[in-house]
Design a protein around this ligand. Structure first.
Ligand code: FMN
Length: 369
């Protein structure tokens, strides 16, 4: 099998420079077993549950490296609880959300999920970080936000550390830290996202980063784009949306339902939208009655993170629990266009590798002396 070896892939022992973000342990393990680097997102795991989750991933991966993504957004309230925040939510916002419940006839949520039982606070993130510091995970990436102390504590324990950025200011803020890689994420990405296109931000960050390896993210779902990213100087790519409709994503706590998978298969590159309605920060999702509701003329401006979450957590849980079709959604990027049928993670990886090789050879053939 032809391998694609960039210096970062070589350093981490990967056959393919493809990093795959997912909230599913099963998916991330398969990405790593297929020659890339699966990155498990712990955003939804309360600190006391992180050790058990890591132990499960270790069981799936044996002695292959574990990579974890953690969010540490700035400005979260220290001395609040979900209850205290819920008690003072603006009445107009509460009425708007109640109106959606009525309009779409959403039954109450019965389950407890991250969305309706957790408030993002500094101690939540600090607890997750401590669990990572005490663990044997090899790679840690920071999603939304980081602290310099967290980076140095992880580095002191010998971990490989990276960070996602969505604009040049983030890079300026992080460049003096001792990071091992940067993920330059374009606006096409699923999840929290910025405004600069992948084709623009990647070569800019590569130029600014010097020897620091850069991964390209945002809208990537085909190997031709991976070849393009490598040609722009990236040492690999970081994909999130591509795994959502894989067979392995129908397993475990974060299973994608059949209804949602059908929406993903049907969606084209124009069928996503950015909304602050879910978390309070701009997040690209598959377009739905949920994203549309937040741009309707009667919609209030979403609250900031984590208050928006406290406002909508029960409704988000209920939409998922009762599979309320029009409002069913998930973060997804413009690359959702390439998810058109059920495949295993290994098949997605093999397709990406083959397409990348075609792209690299195609472009290489144009260079004549
Ligand atoms: C369903 C979903 C959930 C995500 N959750 C997180 C998260 O918790 N932390 C994070 O750093 N990035 C998260 N992301 C963003 C990914 O890390 C990645 O940057 C993005 O998916 C890349 O763009 P793509 O979706 O176009 O491949 C998420 C993406 C998706 C699709």
């Amino acid at each position: 099998m032809t391998k694609i070896k960039t210096p970062l892939a070589e350093k981490l022992g990967l056959d393919l420079p493809i990093f795959g973000f997912s909230h599913s342990p099963e998916v991330t393990a398969e990405i790593t077993k297929s020659g890339g680097m699966g990155v498990y997102g712990i955003a939804h795991d309360p600190p006391d549950q992180v050790p058990a989750k890591l132990a499960y991933i270790r069981e799936l991966l044996g002695d292959r490296p574990i990579a974890i993504d953690i969010m540490m957004p700035k400005g979260m309230p220290e001395n609040e609880t979900l209850e205290s925040v819920r008690a003072v939510l603006p009445q107009g916002h509460v009425n708007f959300v109640d109106g959606l419940v009525d309009q779409f006839q959403v039954p109450p949520a019965e389950t407890k999920t991250f969305f309706n039982s957790i408030l993002r606070t500094p101690s939540y993130f600090e607890g997750q970080l401590q669990a990572l510091l005490a663990s044997d995970v090899e790679v840690v990436a920071f999603g939304v936000g980081l602290t310099p102390d967290a980076v140095s504590a992880l580095k002191e324990r010998g971990k490989t550390v990276g960070a996602l950025i969505g604009n040049l200011h983030h890079f300026e803020a992080f460049r003096h830290l001792d990071l091992d890689f940067i993920v330059a994420q374009g606006t096409e990405a699923g999840g929290h996202t910025g405004t600069i296109g992948t084709m623009v931000i990647v070569p800019q960050i590569v130029q600014m980063a010097g020897d620091l390896p850069v991964l390209a993210a945002g809208g990537i779902g085909h190997g031709a784009q991976i070849a393009g990213a490598l040609a722009m100087g990236a040492q690999g790519v970081w994909l999130g949306t591509a795994w959502l409709s894989t067979k392995e994503h129908s397993l475990g706590d974060h299973a994608i339902s059949d209804k949602l998978r059908q929406k993903l298969f049907a969606a084209g590159s124009g069928d996503t939208a950015i909304t602050k309605g879910s978390s309070g920060k701009p997040q690209r999702q598959i377009r739905s009655a949920w994203t549309e509701a937040w741009v309707a003329p009667n919609a209030p401006a979403p609250l900031k993170m984590p208050y928006q979450h406290a406002l909508v957590g029960d409704l988000l849980t209920a939409i998922d629990e009762h599979q309320v079709e029009p409002m069913l959604h998930i973060p997804a990027g413009q690359g959702v266009a390439w998810t058109t049928g059920l495949k295993s993670v290994a098949d997605v990886m093999a397709d990406l590798r083959d397409q990348t090789l075609v792209g690299l050879r195609r472009a290489g053939a144009y260079a004549l002396d």
